[in-house]
Design a protein around this ligand. Structure first.
Ligand code: 5CA
Length: 445
């Protein structure tokens, strides 16, 4: 993409309404525009990151064997009457009447609808296990929408639902989700720690929230610092292997790590003092096992091998897709702007032409732009007639992890400059070597 033809409405001033850094940078970098409290348009740069995040979520869900579908945002109230949640959900639910005076709602989550799909089409244990998920907009009429996309009213969520014959199978689905979420967040450059939490309006006893530690997080958390040393890394996972998924789950959840909702001071005090931490965190996902809470009242049953009919065991599993943009920025920025991890960056590399209009720098930049595109590195070429300082400031703000700077002096000696946004370190090398280096970096992502 050429910056001269892109739509990147960068703000010069700090927007007064933004209280935290991710919100400030998302507005300044022209990623989002607020349309109403907690409701945003996703401008091209923000939309590109959102799609990258979705892509990682889809890939990791596929690896775990989960199947995508798409349910609507609007739902009939009657479905929610069947589970009893229509009255329970309270003011967070946006209730709407259509022209026939039929009661509808904008879905805050989809347990009822997916259970309805299941009961309409599945009737035998032979069709289990089954996990269906979608990535769809949700609406929760939050009392205090704030911090930009962190606590929106309209927000994008990945929500998945498992259907199993037995509790044991459903707990395997729980573990499978836990492991796949760890990999999902790590690919986004995040450490998200599973913490024992409270299940709230979704219900059930078993639930973990995934928290990214950040001083601006809305949740208060208590944990054993040893938990921050564990990584999933590149290990091979067989998602059908119950014992392996269980072992990874135990590895990540045996040490003390809880949100304030389930905090237990006595257990916490038993941790060696130097490892006892309390901090704040951003909840980027949550998994639940709730057994037959929805399948029983809604009649989602299957025939068992011995011919009887039983309600299926279920759980639901959510990732805050739009919130993740805020969480990643909170975890990865400096005073100049965002620093995107390679896994989610909107463009792989920025090209800065230091002397736009100079025939030799223009020619070198065009060649570089073409070659980077040919290698699939998705460059953003700043070809505007701007001062070098302004170009650098824009690149730093929008946070591409790599920048190639091309100027007349370097060209004379056959060199460009490759700069890491994270370390600020620049190296001179030939354009070919810079491309090769980037190919290698992105091959490992
Ligand atoms: N049905 C279950 C799991 S599919 C569910 O709704 N879980 S949830 O309530 O925990 O939401 C899942 C994730 O959505 C949360 O972990 C959080 O990351 C994100 N989320 C929840 N509310 C908001 C909000 N107001 N703005 C942005 N993200 C949100």
């Amino acid at each position: 993409m050429r910056l001269s033809r892109y739509f990147l409405p960068v703000l010069k001033e700090n927007p007064a309404e933004a209280q935290i850094v991710s919100h400030r940078y998302m507005l300044r970098a022209g990623m989002i525009k607020q349309q109403a409290a907690g409701i945003y348009s996703w401008l091209p740069l923000g939309f590109k990151v959102l799609r990258r995040i979705e892509q990682i979520v889809h890939e990791e869900q596929a690896r775990a064997g989960h199947i995508p579908l798409l349910m609507p945002t609007l739902q009939p109230a009657d479905l929610w009457r069947e589970s009893g949640r229509y009255d329970d959900y309270g003011q967070e639910m946006l209730r709407i009447k259509d022209r026939q005076e039929r009661e509808m709602l904008y879905g805050p989550t989809n347990e009822e609808m997916i259970t309805d799909i299941f009961r309409s089409h599945v009737g035998s244990y032979k069709d289990l296990p089954l996990t269906l998920y979608h990535i769809q907009w949700k609406f929760r009429d939050e009392m205090r929408p704030r911090f930009g996309v962190m606590r929106g009213r309209e927000f994008l969520m990945k929500d998945g639902y498992n259907f199993d014959l037995t509790k044991e199978d459903a707990l395997h689905a729980y573990n499978r989700h836990l492991v796949s979420y760890l990999r999902t967040y790590e690919r986004m450059g995040l450490q998200a720690i599973p913490m024992r939490a409270d299940s709230g309006p979704i219900g059930g006893d078993d639930t973990h929230e995934f928290l990214v530690l950040a001083s601006t997080g809305e949740s208060e958390v208590f944990y054993d610092s040893a938990v921050t040393d564990i990584r999933l890394g590149q290990r091979e996972i067989d998602y059908d292997d119950k014992a392996q998924c269980q072992a990874v789950m135990e590895e990540f959840t045996s040490l003390y790590a809880r949100t304030d909702e389930t905090h237990d001071a006595a257990l916490f005090d038993a941790i060696p003092e130097e490892r006892r931490k309390s901090a704040r965190g951003i909840e980027v996902g949550q998994i639940f096992y709730f057994g037959t809470k929805y399948s029983e009242p809604m009649g989602a049953t299957v025939v068992t091998p011995d011919g009887s009919r039983v309600p299926v065991h279920m759980g639901s599993h959510g990732i805050g897709v739009s919130r993740l943009l805020g969480a990643i920025i909170e975890a990865s920025h400096d005073d100049k702007g965002i620093i995107w991890p390679e896994g989610v960056t909107p463009f792989g590399v920025g090209i800065v032409n230091l002397k736009q209009g100079d025939s030799s720098t223009d020619l070198a930049c065009e060649g570089l732009y073409r070659d980077l595109k040919a290698k699939g590195l998705d460059p953003l070429y700043d070809d505007r007639d701007e001062r070098a300082g302004a170009k650098f400031a824009t690149m730093d703000l929008i946070g591409l992890p790599w920048r190639i700077t091309v100027g007349p002096r370097g060209i004379a000696s056959g060199k460009v400059e490759l700069t890491s946004r994270r370390t600020g370190v620049s190296e001179e090398m030939s354009a070919g070597d810079a491309i090769e280096r980037l190919v290698q970096i992105y091959a490992g992502i």
